[in-house]
Design a protein around this ligand. Structure first.
Ligand code: ZN
Length: 294
């Protein structure tokens, strides 16, 4: 089927199954066959950011090296910059491509760690650029766009977020599984959705509905998916500016050992739709009514 022909954005080779298409940027509909292709395709962007840094440092009159190179090897700090930044700026260019700049204070070094990354499923996914500086001027140069709250935590229901803030970190393997799940379900959605439905590029405009769906869903369905994971589907309909649509959130049930083996629900995909046929694709399994609230 030509309509189900998926080509890698970089090497143009066919990707056999939709769930194997890899995405790294929620603001562009670029799918890739492998991590090598992602890196190859985005290398010119990374080089451009590196060249820009040389110019920026010259402009504000500071050395290219401030002696922080060793800190780039520190995975714990890098993790903080990714998931627990002090500030985030979101920049959207003229064709809608989004860049997220994270700032993280390194108090003991009196310096700021800056990264520029893409987001996918509202989380950092591909880091184009990183630098560490003590220069306020250089920090200002990178502070462009709109200051936003952490998108990372907004995508989690409040109760899970509160628990996670108590320094519970999910095992890396589990996080990777969840990432896989996210790409798998997004690919399935892209395959099932109708051309005339809410455009994929508009999905981020509806992000604010996700928490409302989880808090007060109209319907909840529960099913076990092909890989044996428990998936819960939360659905709620909305009316906004005379537009009626429903918002569907897929969550996976995960065990968090630190929470005395309680199960937690992790949203893996949320999207708006006006297509009742698509609704029917997701409103399957056992319909449940009970809510898991604290
Ligand atoms: Zn490829």
């Amino acid at each position: 089927m030509s309509k189900s022909l998926y080509l890698c954005t970089n090497c143009r080779k066919q990707i056999e199954q939709a769930h194997k298409v890899l995405f790294v940027d929620q603001s562009r509909n670029n799918g890739f066959c492998s991590e090598d292709c992602i890196v190859e395709y985005l290398t010119p962007m990374m080089e451009s950011f590196e060249n820009e840094e040389i110019v920026n440092r010259e402009t504000v009159g500071i050395n290219f090296s401030e002696g922080f190179e060793d800190l780039f090897q520190d995975q714990a700090i890098f993790h903080q910059v990714l998931y627990n930044p002090d500030k985030i700026f979101k920049f959207k260019n003229q064709i809608g491509n989004e860049f997220y700049t994270h700032f993280f204070e390194l108090a003991e070094h009196k310096a700021t760690y800056i990264i520029i990354t893409t987001y996918y499923n509202n989380e950092p996914s591909f880091v184009y650029f990183k630098t560490i500086t003590r220069s306020k001027e250089l920090i200002n140069v990178y502070s462009v766009g709109e200051a936003i709250d952490s998108v990372v935590s907004e995508s989690l229901p409040e109760e899970i977020e509160a628990e996670l803030e108590d320094n519970i970190s999910l095992p890396k393997e589990l996080m990777e599984d969840i990432e896989m799940k996210k790409s798998e379900y997004l690919a399935k959605l892209l395959e099932a959705r109708d051309e005339a439905d809410v455009p994929f590029e508009k999905f981020p405009d509806y992000d604010e509905y996700l928490p409302l769906v989880l808090e007060e869903p109209d319907e909840i369905y529960e099913q076990e998916d092909e890989s044996g994971d428990d998936i819960k589907v939360y659905i709620k309909s909305f009316k906004s500016n005379k537009l009626t649509f429903f918002y569907i959130v897929l969550c996976i049930e995960i065990e968090i050992k630190e929470l005395e083996n309680q199960n937690a629900l992790m949203p893996i995909l949320g999207f708006p739709s006006q297509d009742t046929n698509l609704y029917k694709e997701y409103a399957i399994g056992n319909r449940i009514t009970e809510m898991t609230k604290n």
